[in-house]
Ligand binder design. Structure first.
Ligand SMILES: *[C@@H]1O[C@H](CO)[C@@H](O)[C@H](O)[C@H]1NC(C)=O
Ligand SMILES: *[C@@H]1O[C@H](CO)[C@@H](O)[C@H](O)[C@H]1NC(C)=O
Ligand SMILES: *[C@@H]1O[C@H](CO)[C@@H](O)[C@H](O)[C@H]1NC(C)=O
Ligand SMILES: *[C@@H]1O[C@H](CO)[C@@H](O)[C@H](O)[C@H]1NC(C)=O
Ligand SMILES: CC(=O)N[C@H]1CO[C@H](CO)[C@@H](O)[C@@H]1O
Length: 801
């Protein structure tokens, strides 16, 4: 059939459907129905349309023969209606074929006839557009340029032409619009069109809805969601939180101290955001003292920091992400001073010693104090710790002068340890101590000093020339040469004889030697000056008086003055009158001894006497008296010998012979005298004058002695020695020699002061008096050491006449 015919037929069926018109001109019946009509829908009445009698339909066994598997139609034998028995889906039967016709045959018997019926199935919009997937995922790099297109999947609609997909729509988005591409076969393909640039860091994904619509009435739509994932591009630099980091760091931070934790951020992701750190520009000293962890970005201190060496460090750190983008930051580390340095004391110049006569203010040392720290940690003050006669004076910044503050005296303190402390102002403050040892050098400011104001030395007479008498000693508190003492005698004269002929002195030891043998009876004492002079420059000296006392020795025998021993031979006659009674003083023997003390203490004894009872002699007085009444003999001539001895050890003695004549008158015994042989007249004349002279001299002597004794006794009477004793006043050692030292038997320490008078009634008066003991230690041990024993066992007796 041609196209025209087909169109005509379509028209006819259409008309038929409206007016159930049967086209008799053809033996083929056309029906047209919409798909998806409900069961029981009456398509048409074939009996009428075929011109068959409806009453005969069942008898003629009318039936439908269908070639499809499924039976979509049946026919009613009662009235000839054709019904739809099953759902008819045009898309299932015919797909996208635009014309869909089901051919069935109607069979009748009696007579057998076959009628062809064509049933055209009309399309209805029963399908919505459908996308292949519910969710489309699209990965787009954020660096994609605007205008880039990304194809989306098509939606499918099995309905025909206008009932199929007509248009697409995209949910609104700033970045994306819907574009479409029409393929050669005329199909519309939706596309995603990037309108604005993407930034993953702002929005990393988008969710859009794509809607497909068909052309039916009502329109049916299908949707799919589109998930757009923005893929990262390394478009971000690492960023530090600051461009410059200012850090203050105490210099005493421990090794490994976390100085700074760098945390650069990178908005990219993955390796593009993986940052590693490194030093970009760093001076060598900072590299030694700081370490940087490339991964964590931690800057830590390394080793010991020292403000005094480096005060600040500058460095640049770079952060680099995995994509190679780099950012720098600057780090400035200020080291903060900590009081970790002790002050230093430097002695710039030091006098090892200063003379003791330095005036106050003399410079001893120049001291420099120094502290490595800064600020108050380095401000140092200096002081002397111990109390000494020194001062510290600040002269200029950090320089001190150590000067003397008071007069010095080497003899009191010969050296000083000056302890100086320097202390800084930090908190806590640190200090340093230093000792300066200062020696005070000697100046000859002390003369040699004798230990006593004066000295007394003793020597026993008749000494050996050259014997040592005594030693003086002076000490000098200065040092060395200034204390080396030399002794010398000051030149004086003793009784017109130079001192040098008496004594000499050892200039080194101060021992005084006798230069001659002394005689107590000539010289009892003498004194001179000894000078001790040191060897300083100028030398200093001091003088002392030395008195040498010569000690008596019993070297003189008593000398009988009366009766004169010169007339020995023609012995002296003493006349005793007959009338003399018992106790009559016949005569008095007078003797003297040149020695003194015991050595001069004389006693008188009758040595030879014919009748011992007739005469007695006073032992001390030497008075010869008549012991009993004289016998009545006419005349009596007696010759007696008197012994005078002193008390020395050994004692010395002298004798004198006396002729005693008892007569009535002098004439009576004159012949006795005449009987004496005479040498000549002239000789007897001379003897006579001599006797007169001696008698005169004796009287003169007796008078003198008497006067002297009376005077002396009167004087010694005044200070009673018992008084002195009871007051416990011992006489001080005075510069006086005892008159005599001998080993008599008088009890020590008292001595007798004996007054002898010619007057027998006055007798002997003795006073006890404390003795001036001879200091035996004043006697120097000498060659003739026997002297010492003599002296030490001696006591002193002072005897005056
Ligand atoms: C035709 O089919 C309809 C529906 O299935 C049914 O109701 C009817 O009885 C059938 N008629 C005949 C003659 O088979
Ligand atoms: C670095 O900074 C980021 C964001 O500021 C933070 O999440 C992270 O914990 C920091 N890292 C360290 C080690 O401080
Ligand atoms: C220095 O001496 C003072 C006083 O005796 C003392 O307090 C200080 O600790 C000393 N300093 C040192 C470093 O020994
Ligand atoms: C000691 O005596 C000498 C001589 O007389 C004299 O020059 C000197 O000054 C005296 N010294 C003293 C300390 O008196
Ligand atoms: C490793 C080390 O300690 N290096 C130096 C650190 O800084 C001080 C003072 O600046 C130097 O003395 C060290 O040598």
């Amino acid at each position: 059939m041609g196209e025209n015919i087909q169109r005509t037929m379509t028209w006819q069926v259409f008309l038929f459907l409206i007016c159930f018109h049967y086209d008799a001109m053809a033996d083929e019946i056309h029906y047209s129905i919409y798909e998806e009509v409900k069961q029981g829908f009456v398509i048409g009445n074939v009996a009428n349309d075929l011109g068959l009698d409806s009453k005969t339909l069942s008898s003629r066994k009318m039936q439908i023969v269908s070639h499809t598997k499924k039976q979509y139609f049946n026919v009613s034998l009662a009235n000839g209606n054709v019904y739809v028995t099953d759902r008819i889906d045009r898309e299932a039967l015919c797909g996208i074929d635009p014309s869909c016709i089901l051919n069935i045959e109607i069979l009748v018997e009696n007579p057998v006839a076959v009628f062809h019926v064509a049933i055209e199935i009309q399309d209805m919009n029963d399908n919505a557009p459908v996308f292949a997937k519910n969710i489309f995922e699209i990965l787009i790099s954020e660096s994609a340029a605007p205008g880039t297109r990304f194809p989306l999947g098509n939606a499918q609609d099995p309905d025909l032409s206008s009932h199929s997909v007509q248009s697409y729509m995209l949910s609104s988005s700033q970045q994306f619009v819907l574009g479409e591409k029409i393929s050669r076969d005329g199909l519309k393909h939706p596309e995603l069109l990037l309108e604005r640039p993407l930034d993953r860091e702002k929005q990393s994904s988008y969710n859009l809805i794509l809607t497909a619509s068909d052309g039916g009435i009502p329109i049916k739509t299908g949707t799919a969601s589109i998930k757009i994932i923005v893929q990262d591009a390394n478009d971000n630099y690492p960023v530090f939180s600051q461009d410059t980091y200012q850090i203050s760091l105490h210099e005493d931070v421990p090794n490994g101290f976390l100085v700074l934790h760098l945390n650069a951020s990178d908005e990219d992701e993955g390796s593009n955001a993986h940052i590693t750190y490194s030093f970009n520009h760093i001076p060598e000293n900072a590299r030694q003292n700081f370490s940087l962890d490339p991964e964590s970005g931690e800057i830590r201190s390394k080793g010991a920091l020292d403000f005094e060496v480096t005060k600040n460090y500058e460095m640049t750190v770079e952060a680099k992400d995995g994509g190679g983008l780099v950012t720098h930051c600057r780090i400035s580390i200020q080291i903060v001073d900590v009081n970790d340095n002790q002050p230093d004391i430097i002695i710039k110049s030091l006098a090892i010693s200063v003379p003791e006569d330095s005036i106050p203010g003399t410079l001893i040392a120049l001291i420099n104090v120094h502290d490595e720290d800064s600020g108050s940690n380095g401000a140092v003050t200096c002081q002397i710790l111990n109390r000494l006669p020194f001062d510290l004076i600040l002269t200029s910044l950090n320089y001190y002068k150590l000067i003397t503050a008071a007069p010095l005296d080497r003899e009191k303190v010969s050296e000083y340890n000056i302890r100086i402390m320097a202390e800084d102002d930090g908190s806590p403050s640190l200090s340093t101590n230093k000792s300066i040892h200062l020696v005070i050098s000697d100046v000859n400011d002390n003369p040699p000093m004798f230990h006593q104001i004066s000295y007394i030395g003793y020597i026993i007479e008749n000494n050996q020339p050259g014997a040592s008498i005594y030693g003086v000693h002076a000490s000098d508190s200065d040092f060395n040469e200034n204390s080396r003492t030399m002794y010398s005698l000051l030149n004086t004269k003793i009784e017109e004889i130079p001192l040098a002929s008496y004594v000499s002195i050892n200039s080194m030891s101060g021992v005084i030697y006798a230069q001659r043998s002394f005689d107590y009876e000539q010289l009892r004492e003498f004194q001179f000056q000894v000078m001790a002079k040191d060897s300083g420059s100028p030398p200093l000296s001091s003088n002392v008086t030395v008195r040498i006392c010569i000690i008596d020795k019993n070297d003189n025998a008593p000398k009988i003055l009366y009766p004169s021993p010169d007339t020995e031979g023609s012995a002296l006659f003493e006349f005793i009158p007959h009338s003399a009674e018992k106790g009559y003083l016949v005569t008095k023997v007078i003797a003297v001894d040149a020695d003194s003390g015991h050595n001069a203490w004389l006693s008188y004894h009758l040595l030879q006497v014919p009748d011992p009872s007739l005469f007695t002699i006073g032992q001390q007085t030497g008075e010869i008296r008549i012991g009993r009444d004289l016998p009545d003999t006419e005349s009596l001539r007696q010759k007696i010998v008197v012994l005078v001895k002193d008390n020395g050890v050994p004692s010395l003695s002298a004798t004198v012979t006396l002729n005693l004549v008892v007569a009535e008158t002098f004439q009576q015994f004159e012949p006795e005298i005449r009987r004496q042989p005479s040498h000549s007249d002239t000789a007897s004349n001379t003897t006579f004058y001599l006797v007169i002279a001696i008698a005169l001299i004796s009287i003169l002597f007796i008078v003198t002695v008497l006067v002297t004794i009376i005077y002396k006794c009167h004087k010694t009477n005044t200070p009673t020695s018992f008084e002195a004793l009871s007051r416990n006043v011992y006489p001080q050692f005075t510069l006086g020699c005892p008159s005599e030292i001998s080993d008599g038997s008088l009890p020590f320490p008292f001595s007798y002061d004996v007054c002898v008078t010619l007057d027998s009634k006055q007798n002997e008066i003795a006073y006890l008096k404390p003795v001036q003991n001879v200091p035996t230690d004043n006697l120097i041990d000498t060659d003739d050491s026997s002297n010492r024993g003599d002296v030490s066992s001696s006591s002193i007796t002072q005897v005056s006449y």
